[in-house]
Every structure is written in C-alpha cells, then in structure tokens.
Design a protein around this ligand. Structure first.
Ligand SMILES: [Fe+2]
Ligand SMILES: [Fe+2]
Length: 291
C-alpha cells in the first residue's frame, strides 16, 4: 500500500495568508478567470459531501483509508477557501465557501444522487472491486485537477493566482500519487477488478464536477482551461498514465471525452486532431479573451 506515513508527514493546510494580496488586486482577473475560479471553488467545496457519502460505506472503515481520507478532506476544504479569498480580493463578490457548498449540494443534479446510490450498492455487493475502482477513479480525477491548476498557473497574467494554483497543484499531485499507487496495488493480479474498472471508465468517464453542472457548462469550463490542442495533449497524458495501471492498457477515455465535447463548444473553440488548423483560431480567441 502507499506509504501513509509520508502523506501524514507532509499533509497541511495550503498556505495562502502570506500571499501578496495588494499585488493580486492590482493584477486583477479577466472575466473568464473570475468565472473559472468560481467553478473551481464550486467543485472543491463539494469534497466534504463526497466524504460524507463514502464514510457511510463499510469498505471505508479501513484504518489507512480513513487516515488518508481525513487528510485529503482537510486539504481540499481549504482549496475552496483560498480561491474564494482571491476572488474577493479581486473584487468578485462570492458567498462564504461553506454556504456555497451547501446551497450547491441542495441543487445537486440527479446524476450526483444516482451516483451515490450506485456507489453504495456496488460497495456492498463487490467491496474489493469497488475499492479498486474508487482508487482508480480518484487517481484520474486528482490528476486532471492537478493538470488544470498547473495549466492556469502557467497561463494566467496574475502572479498571485499563479502562485496560489501552483501551491494547490502540489497538494493535488500528492492526492493523485496516493490514489494511483493504491489503485495499482489493488488491481495487480485481480482480473475481475481490472475488468470492472475498465468497464466503468469506458461507459462513464466524466471529469469531476459532472454532477454539479450541465454537460455544456462543464465542456465550456474545461475548454477554457485547455484551449484547442491543449485539451487533447493534457487528456492524452491523463490517458497514458491511467493506461499504465494493471489491465487498463490501451484505455483512452479522456481523449474520447475531449472528442465528444467538441460539438458543444463555440465554433472558434473547437479543435480535433483531424482539423489542426482550428488551433490557430482557438488560441487567438483565447488569447484575446485573456487580454
Ligand atoms: Fe483540491
Ligand atoms: Fe485533490
């Protein structure tokens, strides 16, 4: 199993009180960044509800898993706080993070509720395969989150946003490492688990947050972070990593998602490997939207 002691030693609340808020205010946020940050805060704020759902499962009563989940939930909690602070400093009025979290949850789409029920049924009937799936799913979502924070950190014109997202991404990468190592160890020599994970990923893979937003809202959010070709590059990296897990070789679910959302995007933001010229238009539109 992954070395939980190492995670314990490095777990902490993300530092954000020390950031240069005056500089953040001077640099400001583009309208697109302000919308994007609220989406990030929305997704982060839901972790605690996810935690409440999994805490009901018998399979979560494993000492190491409980240790990890406690640290993970604590760290995620402050991601939404830090992002809300940055938004407010830059003049975007947002509700307090937990108020945001509870009202969003009340409006949670049917999909999120159905997922909770399916999850409970699976955990009861096939606990070992379920935990493998949970870990693999967590690995994919944490890696995607990490890629998203790193992408914004690299591309934003606001140095404080960049620094904050670099710090958050570091924690997301640790979360990914835990889920991924755990998935690898649980799937190794467990063909039934491998088949289940592949089946669920191939039928249901969706980036984190799909229960909170409509498919079109989610597609727009993702394509704003990863415009044009970048979407296929980042999602291709995600696929490469996940396909290295036992029994998942050749799996390309993230790339399939990137293709699937193209028709939902504004015409200028679409790109597909078959139409490489579109990237120029998409990148130019993106650059001007950030100017
Ligand atoms: Fe997070
Ligand atoms: Fe995370």
């Amino acid at each position: 199993m992954p070395d939980i002691q190492q995670h314990l030693a490095s777990s902490q609340k993300v530092d954000f009180e020390d950031l240069d808020w005056a500089l953040a205010r001077r640099a400001g946020l583009t309208a697109r960044e302000a919308t994007m940050l609220q989406y990030f805060a929305d997704i982060e704020s839901q972790t605690v509800f996810y935690m409440l759902e999994v805490a009901k499962l018998e399979v979560a009563r494993d000492p190491e898993l409980l240790t990890f989940l406690t640290m993970w939930n604590y760290e995620e909690y402050f991601h939404s706080h830090a992002i809300s602070r940055l938004l407010r400093e830059c003049g975007v009025e947002v509700p307090p993070p937990m108020k945001r979290a509870t009202s969003l949850r009340a409006r949670a789409r049917l999909r999120a509720r159905v997922e909770d029920l399916v999850q409970m049924a699976m955990a009861k009937t096939m606990p070992k395969a379920f935990v493998s799936l949970w870990m693999a799913w967590g690995a994919a979502q944490e890696l995607l989150t990490c890629q998203a924070y790193e992408e914004v950190a690299r591309t934003t014109g606001n140095p404080v946003l960049s620094e904050l997202f670099r710090r958050i991404a570091k924690q997301e990468r640790r979360h990914f490492a835990y889920y991924f190592t755990s998935a690898r160890e649980r799937l190794d020599g467990f063909p039934a688990g491998q088949r289940l994970v592949r089946l669920i990923f191939e039928r249901n893979f969706n980036p984190v947050g799909s229960g909170l937003k409509s498919p079109a809202e989610q597609a727009a959010f993702i394509s704003h972070i990863f415009p044009g070709r970048r979407l296929f590059e980042a999602f291709g990296e995600l696929d490469d990593k996940m396909a290295s897990l036992p029994g998942l070789s050749g799996m390309r679910v993230a790339t399939a998602y990137a293709r699937k959302i193209q028709p939902m995007l504004e015409p200028g933001a679409r790109w597909s490997p078959a139409t490489p010229g579109a990237i120029t238009e998409s990148a130019a539109a993106y650059a001007s939207s950030r100017a």
